[in-house]
Design a binder for this molecule. Structure first.
Ligand code: BG6
Length: 512
């Protein structure tokens, strides 16, 4: 499709209904780095209504004009820095001007009831009669999630007016273990209907993650093979080149598992492994995802130890840049045992997947950025070729989430020549070859969906709880034992992660 036709198609998507987006933590990094550019991109694409407004809430005293000026200056700096790992940073000047006129600010402490009465008055003024629609976005530290929602409810701000919505977007991390996730769900559930809660997992905003379901279910060629009869194993990788990027205080308490696995990696697992939902709508999709995550086999302590490898980066070089030892990062304990890399083997106990291991790995300061799902099919029998060339290699379907977004299939071909000699080749689909990418932070679709009331790309309460339940045995087993292996920054992870695969006669795909 030509860029012109794509733009025309994009224009056909109607703007979201007018609403006031209340951003708690409006002065924070997430709001400034991701939400503001995403709103500009939405405005540029014509997806926001003329009546859209932002009401920033944070503790610093400032007025509407100072809030807008500060954000404008920040966005100009961001654009000057150039594109970062989270995508293009430059927003269209016309879009910023459009947004700037719609920015309002309310100073207040998140734990002070006075903030919420002031907020109620502000919302009534901004939203017009009846208060209109309000979308509260909690871009704040997780300890505030429950409190803010309870205080919103206390001020009557979660009660939906007759013609209007009250929705709340909760950022991650959603809990730090099963008990805390359950407790948070219970607290939210006392103040909000489930349909009012939007739990963000920004991986679900990535086009290529959404494409997993299309690849699987819109193509007759894949789904019939998508099971234990034809698939040998699945590898899910989220390799990053960045270190902890000044987030040592949070990260040293969380570690790679909590930071990435029950949320992002399990979302990839769920989309790869779920049964076909009956519709692309929230209830159907979330129910299927929850069902497959529920079927992840719970491991005993000794199984969890045997099926996991933890690593922590030491000084090294990542793509030519010196990286210091993790334990020397600001706000990281000098003798920290927190993992910056984790590899896990899990299995899913249902008819589709019994006996097919899912290997998950994620880490910081690795050799390359590579987020992907690799489906390794069973090997073809080798007898026919053995005499000439040895057994054929197994086919692999790679769903490449980032950085080179696309899908590719590795298969065997005949090398030209008189002999029947096999050669591995690839069929490659790259998004960039077919579609003009609009500037995006990954939050655009998620924000738009929350405004139109489509929770399909948001995590449901049950899938989050089942994911915590599945990873908890690892956390518990590590409390009692197991080592954290060092790996040089710039490597592919600790050597022991290779052993985890080698034990099963398998190997990781090389990253990057
Ligand atoms: C975040 C984690 O949720 O996801 C970060 O807290 C991580 O530690 C990031 O770097 C990865 O997201 P992306 O979109 O850069 O792959």
């Amino acid at each position: 499709m030509t860029p012109k036709r794509q733009a025309a198609r994009a224009r056909r998507v109607p703007p979201a209904p007018p609403c006031v987006m209340v951003i708690f933590g409006a002065g924070g990094d997430l709001a400034k780095r991701l939400l503001a550019p995403a709103l500009c991109n939405l405005a540029q694409a014509g997806r926001l209504d003329g009546g859209f407004k932002v009401l920033g809430v944070d503790h610093n005293a400032k007025d509407d004009a100072a809030f807008a000026a500060g954000l404008g200056a920040f966005l100009r700096e961001l654009a000057a820095e150039g594109d970062g790992a989270s995508g293009p940073t430059k927003v269209a000047a016309t879009a910023w001007k459009w947004l700037e006129e719609r920015l309002f600010y309310q100073a207040g402490d998140f734990e002070d009831p006075a903030t919420y009465s002031a907020l109620a008055a502000r919302l009534a003024a901004l939203g017009g009669q009846g208060g209109g629609n309000a979308l509260s976005y909690l871009a704040v530290a997780p300890r505030f999630f429950g409190d803010i929602v309870e205080r919103l409810a206390g001020a009557g701000l979660t009660r939906e007016p007759r013609r209007g919505f009250r929705r709340v977007v909760i950022e991650k991390p959603f809990g730090t273990d099963l008990a805390s996730a359950q407790a948070l769900n219970a607290r939210l559930g006392k103040c909000l209907e489930e349909r009012q809660i939007y739990r963000i997992d920004h991986f679900l905003g990535k086009e290529t993650v959404r494409n997993i379901l299309v690849t699987r279910f819109a193509n007759g060629v894949f789904e019939p093979l998508w099971n234990r009869l034809h698939i040998d194993h699945v590898q899910i990788t989220a390799a990053e080149t960045v270190g902890v990027e000044g987030r040592g205080g949070y990260y040293d308490r969380a570690g790679a598992l909590r930071d990435m696995v029950p949320n992002h990696l399990f979302q990839l697992l769920a989309m790869t492994a779920m049964e076909t939902p009956n519709a692309f709508e929230a209830e159907a999709v979330r129910a299927e995802k929850a069902r497959v995550v529920e079927a992840v086999q719970l491991q005993s302590s000794s199984e969890a130890l045997a099926n996991s490898v933890r690593g922590q980066y030491r000084a090294g070089q990542v793509q030519g840049h010196e990286v210091a030892d993790y334990r020397r990062e600001p706000r990281v304990a000098a003798h920290s045992r927190t993992e910056t890399y984790v590899a896990l083997k899990v299995t899913i106990d249902n008819w589709r997947w019994a006996g097919v291991p899912f290997y998950l790995r994620t880490g910081k300061a690795l050799a390359a950025r590579d987020t992907s799902v690799a489906i390794r099919f069973k090997r073809a029998p080798g007898r026919l070729f053995g005499a000439f060339t040895g057994s054929p290699a197994a086919n692999t379907l790679i769903l490449q989430i980032q950085p080179h977004e696309g899908v590719s299939l590795a298969f065997e071909a005949k090398r030209p020549g008189p002999e029947v000699e096999l050669a591995p080749v690839r069929m490659d689909f790259r998004y960039a070859d077919y579609f003009a990418a609009a500037p995006a932070t990954g939050y655009e679709t998620l924000l738009y969906d929350a405004m139109i009331g489509d929770a399909t790309q948001f995590a449901g309460a049950r899938e989050i709880e089942f994911a915590w339940r599945a990873v908890e045995p690892f956390l518990q087993a590590w409390e009692d034992g197991g080592r954290v292996h060092g790996y040089a920054a710039g490597a592919a992870g600790p050597r022991q992660a290779d052993d985890l695969m080698a034990r099963d006669g398998r190997a990781w795909r090389s990253i990057g």
